[in-house]
Ligand binder design. Sequence first.
Ligand code: SAH
Ligand code: SF4
Ligand code: F3S
Length: 480
Amino acid sequence: MKIKENQNSFYGISTIKRLSLYVISDKVMNLLRPLSIDTPHARKVYIETYGCQMNFNDSEVVLSILQKEGYRYTERMEEADVILANTCSIRDNAEQRILGRIEQFAFQKRKRKGVLVGILGCMAERLKEELLENSTVDLVVGPDCYRRLPELLQLCEVEGKGIDTLLSREETYADIAPVRLDKNGVNAFISIMRGCNNVCSYCVVPYTRGVERSRDCGSIVREACQLFENGYREVTLLGQNVDSYRWTAGDGTVVDFADLLAQVAAVNPLLRVRFSTSYPSDISDKLLDVMASRENICHHIHLPVQSGSDRMLEKMRRKYDRAWYLERVRTIREKLPDCGLTTDIIAGFCSETEEDHRDTLSLMEEVGFDSAFMFQYSERPGTLAARHYPDDVPPEVKTRRLNEIIALQMRKSEERYAAQVGTTQTVLIEGPAKRGEGDLCGRASNYMMCVFPGDGHKAGEYVRVHINAATPATLIGEIE
Ligand code: SAH
Ligand code: SF4
Ligand code: F3S
């Protein structure tokens, strides 16, 4: 398969689509208020989200904040009074896409008087006032300033423009119950921390998200309880580096990520728990032991390796080397033999040679990931790499290397999925399959997507599925 310049690819994980259901008031978490209750003249807000799962969860927080001030959510941009884009800066193509989108928002503004356009998220944080130079953009709000959104929107009405991009050392939005935007009412995200304290030399996140801070453990467990009571059957705990989660309770007890995971898993045996992202030098044996000891903690780890070359890993300022990574994989497979393993890989980082590239291919061969997000290196202004290392791998070489990485991953995914044929998997049904009349889909514990005839079952139920066939991204089977 050929890939166009700077295009990214991922096999095996499909995007989760989402829809509004309800909001939970912040202090009294068990009081539900339907989102559909209309105030006749309520201002309507439309939001588009780009980037990672944490950004999706942030959009849910934003809607909760705005809804409390009387705004109403709409899925139709054409009827919105406020158009928001929650943006991503991770690679240049992510930003280019959003800049293109702003042009389409301009059309809405020309058509309907009084429409406000706001840019939120990482691009707002990175570009700040520069975004306001675009006449379409009225509002720029960074990831730690969402509580001020209602006030800033008012300011826009009066003064024409509004901006706040201050980063915080404390903000975790712990008391805000996100408006759930998932389509199926089965899986939900819970952000357990914000920011990142690592300084991977290629990465913009520490600059756009600020320093790492963990969220109050009690508020996370309460949110999980509430979701379970509302019919959700799977929660994914989110952070840039979940293994460094750390919360000191009032009595001085320290809760680390393994403790938190155990507490969330204890909410109910029918609530599945997943998490993302793990950092190779921080993932602990204690965590693996907790995963092995609870049925409802899914056996899947997303463990981004980035490169198989020690020279590249050092230059990327990742805090592990190839041998360390491979040792972690061995331990994972010893303790959790059926564990799904996925990763992120960057092709063509500064000064990468053919030998470095071959090291990445050989690591992929050795580990055999189920699937991977694979990217070409994209220089981000202001990062360590942008300041110190020339972006010197020619674009055509980056593309060729990425294509080789993708081709190898395709083969590995095929092997990994085929190896599940003949097994029986416990699957949490997410809803109708994209193709196949009457077919349902849902994930196995190891994160592989399964498709099977529905037999009268519905979303949110657990079924045992016997696997009869596989593609590189799907297991095909039937309920036992
Ligand atoms: N916190 C996570 C990753 C967050 S960003 C971790 O450290 O694993 C998601 C992925 O985007 C990264 O794992 C990396 O593979 C990719 N990425 C980040 N910056 C990039 C850049 N400048 N160019 C290309 N890919 C990048
Ligand atoms: Fe970026 Fe590294 Fe932090 Fe991940 S761990 S968000 S790659 S700085
Ligand atoms: Fe993108 Fe920001 Fe997430 S840069 S990947 S939206 S933390």
